[in-house]
Each structure stands twice: as structure tokens, then as C-alpha cells.
Design a protein around this ligand. Structure first.
Ligand SMILES: [Zn+2]
Length: 272
């Protein structure tokens, strides 16, 4: 996202259970997820460097140990989701697994990003990647298996995570959307830094349309209406995070926004 950031990115938010072994441990504006297992935990999104103590506090409030985080994953290599990775690795000893196409970006601290590589405001502390992921790769720990889906465009290695979890005897398909958004200033046509950007977005929407989804999550809580759903946990019965229609509507809305922008920039759709 943008270097200026948003005040709600650094505002603490109550950590909470989502479904199965998945918990929200992010701030009001930046989503981080803790996936707990008997063999240690997986954390998705280190967020800002200043988020790391907040994430730690949230993990501990839920009764888990920060030092039990064994694997760190991200939604994509933009500073609002990965600037804290070096610090988080240092504090927990977690191994850092990143999609191949985003590895150079996180290891250069943002300097090789196709859009923001020349904006020092968007730089962050580089973090070493311990495992390069590829589309369809599985990340397994203590009986939980996450699948990395390459959903590029927003960054070249944007990753949508899926995991099936059990909750009260039922299995739920969980989708953590990496980001389908076209940022302000993105060139979808004639982009010399990223020539296949439009085709990559097309691929992303095809993937997102086809993923089975019961529980809809994403890199920012705003994608899935986190605050309203969290508020309704106390008042409405059932689990508000189970929202297959919300997922379909979100993907359709973001695809429409992409197509509108592509048309505005004079591009032609390459597949449908
Ligand atoms: Zn981003």
C-alpha cells in the first residue's frame, strides 16, 4: 500500500478466535493470523516493525507463546505486511517462507519492488528467506496444511493461503486473500517493470473465483468486514466469519474494479 500508512494500521485490536485453530492477532487495519498446532504455530503477516510487539501481546493474550511461532508467512511483499519480518524472526526464531517471485523483494527490503522500488519511504529491514515457495506448495506443521496459491499482480508473488480446518465436527475451507487490488499509479498497460501484470491479474481472478471458500479472510480486515463481523460475534448466534457469499461478492467487486481500470488505461482483456 502507500508509505504514509493509515492511523488504524498501528491501533491495537482485540485478538480473537476465528475458526478451528485460526486466530486474529493483527491491528485494526493490518491483519495477522495465528494458526496454532501441537508442534508450534504459523504466523501470517509480520506487518510493520512496530506491529511486532502488538502481535506478541495478542498472541500472549490468547494464551499462546510467541516463541512457539515456528513458521512466518506473508500475504505479499509490501512493507505493511512484511516490514516486521526481520524483527519477528529474531524474536521467535521462526523460519520465513515466501513465494519465489516475492523473495528478492523481501530480501532487498523493498528495493526491487516493481512499483515502489525507487521510493525509499517504502523500504524496510531486509529479512532472509528460509524456504522459497511455488504455486501449490504445501506448508505443514503439527497436522495443519496450508496451500500457497500464486495470485500475482498486486506484487509478483502475492500469495493467497488456503487451509481446511475442523470446528465443532465440521470442516471449513478458509481462504486468506493476498490482495487483488490495483494500487493508485499501477500501470496495467506497457509496464516495462512488469510486462505481464494484466495477464497476472486475470490469472489471479480466475484462481480466486474457483477456490472453495467458507471462511473469508484477507491481508487487511477491511477486505472481509472484520470489524463488523467481530462486533456481531457478541450479538448474533453462529460464526460471522463463515461467509461464502461475502467472498464471492468481494472477488466479483475487485475483478470489476480491475476491468474498469484496465479499460481506462486502454488495455484489452486477455482471457475471461
Ligand atoms: Zn499491498
Amino acid at each position: 500500500m502507500r508509505a504514509q500508512g493509515n492511523p488504524d494500521w498501528t491501533e491495537p485490536f482485540p485478538p480473537h478466535h476465528i475458526v478451528g485453530n485460526i486466530y486474529y492477532v493483527g491491528s485494526r487495519g493490518l491483519a495477522s493470523y495465528l494458526i496454532t498446532t501441537p508442534k508450534g504455530h504459523i504466523l501470517i503477516n509480520s506487518s510493520l516493525e512496530s506491529s511486532v510487539p502488538l502481535i506478541r501481546e495478542s498472541v500472549e493474550k490468547l494464551g499462546f507463546r510467541f516463541s512457539d511461532v515456528k513458521i512466518l508467512l506473508i500475504s505479499h511483499a509490501h512493507w505493511d505486511h512484511c516490514a516486521g519480518s526481520a524483527l519477528l524472526k529474531q524474536q521467535t526464531g521462526a523460519k520465513y517462507f515466501v513465494m519465489d517471485q516475492d523473495v528478492a523483494v523481501v530480501e532487498s527490503g523493498g528495493k526491487t519492488d516493481f512499483q515502489y522500488g525507487n521510493s525509499p519511504d517504502n523500504y524496510y529491514k531486509p529479512a532472509k528467506v528460509d524456504r522459497k515457495l511455488h504455486d501449490g506448495d504445501k506448508v505443514s506443521l503439527g497436522g495443519t496444511v496450508l496451500v500457497a496459491h500464486l495470485t500475482p499482480g498486486h506484487t509478483k508473488g502475492t500469495t493467497t493461503w488456503t487451509v481446511n480446518v475442523n470446528d465443532s465436527g465440521k470442516t471449513y475451507h478458509v481462504v486468506i486473500v493476498g490482495s487483488p487490488n490495483v494500487n493508485a499509479g499501477y500501470k496495467l498497460v506497457g509496464n516495462t517493470q512488469y510486462p505481464q501484470i494484466a495477464q497476472d491479474y486475470e490469472h489471479t481472478f480466475k484462481v480466486l473465483r474457483e477456490l472453495p471458500c467458507d471462511v473469508f479472510l484477507g491481508a487487511h480486515g477491511a477486505y472481509y468486514g472484520m470489524e463488523a463481523k467481530f462486533a456481531s460475534m457478541k450479538t448474533v448466534g453462529g460464526n460471522p466469519f463463515i461467509d461464502p457469499d461475502g467472498y464471492k461478492n468481494y472477488v466479483a467487486d475487485r475483478e470489476q474494479a480491475f476491468r474498469t481500470e484496465l479499460k481506462k488505461q486502454g488495455g484489452e482483456p486477455t482471457e475471461k
